[in-house]
Design a binder for this molecule. Structure first.
Ligand SMILES: [Ca+2]
Ligand SMILES: [Ca+2]
Ligand SMILES: [Ca+2]
Length: 105
């Protein structure tokens, strides 16, 4: 680990949401949002933001996730103007279904 204490700051936030969509007491959707905010050069201005949302859906209601969707939004202030513009944002989505999950067994 080579971290310098006074240059650069990274903040990580994790939020989890649990949804019982049909109100039958069994959890149907689990959503976890991880937000990473980084001030790489330590000037107090945010240089990069990354937000990953992982959502697991139990479509069949058996308590096991059938579809897992992961979306990552990355914003990097490439031109250093302190604002993350539309052209500095990339979005990546990955989806896995039950067949993929079972293949890991
Ligand atoms: Ca900065
Ligand atoms: Ca299921
Ligand atoms: Ca910018």
């Amino acid at each position: 680990m080579s971290e310098t204490a006074d240059s650069g700051q990274v903040e990580i936030l994790v939020e989890t949401e649990v949804i019982d969509a049909d109100d039958n007491g069994t959890i149907d959707i689990v959503s976890e949002v991880t937000t990473i905010v980084a001030d790489v050069d330590g000037d107090g201005v945010i240089d990069a933001v990354e937000q990953t949302t992982v959502t697991a859906y139990d479509l069949s209601g058996d308590g096991r996730a059938d579809v897992i969707e992961s979306t990552t939004i990355t914003g990097i202030d490439a031109d250093g103007d302190g604002v993350i513009g539309d052209d500095e944002i990339t979005i990546e989505t990955v989806e896995a279904t039950r067949e993929d999950l079972d293949a890991l067994d």
